[in-house]
Design a protein around this ligand. Sequence first.
Ligand code: G6P
Ligand code: MG
Length: 216
Amino acid sequence: MIRACIFDLDGVIVDTAKYHYKAWKRLANELGFEFTEEDNERLKGVSRMTSLEILLEIGNKKGEYTEDEKLKLATKKNEWYREYITKMEKDEILPGVEGFLELLRQNGVKIAIGSASKNAKTILERIGLIDKFDAIVDGTKITKAKPDPQVFTKAADEMNEKYEDCVVFEDSQAGIDAALAAGMKAIAVGKPENLKNAHKIISGFKNKDFELLMFD
Ligand code: G6P
Ligand code: MG
């Protein structure tokens, strides 16, 4: 029986992919190459430094920077990204999310955040959801990135729940793979062509009822 739900943040609770995209694109342009929305798909669920590596590969600039320079580039991107997210408002919570969280509460299901982002708490504060979760595991608490299951197993441990009693909501393939590796149920949020092997797939949380947590 499902006793806890673990939510990825970016792309599940809020659409921050557009802000990541704006900031990465700005960096790519400054380095002298283009970066498309399709390229941005490859960065979903991926850590900041790995995202930079992918970006440099796209621009054919792999191997051109020292580790120290790469750190500076990632920091610059993050400063631009923070300019966007520190202006976020409550109305940027994706449709149906708040109602669904409330439904889970009413039914005694625990809720957690399992995100790779080091900016997760800033975002949750801005959109007024910081106090809603039983556990928040973000990029500051983990040592292994998705598809490693660490972010989700840590969230389950913090809630004192068994992995098999948890369901993960994810918009990235790395995140779905991480949930499955943890022995949890995975519900993909997004388009079937981008997301494979999840137990269920939804386009969003609008009008979702408790039935969603029933598995055969
Ligand atoms: C999430 C996003 C990724 C992002 C990562 C790290 O997983 O989907 O696009 O790179 O978090 O985010 P951060 O805010 O720490 O740079
Ligand atoms: Mg995500």
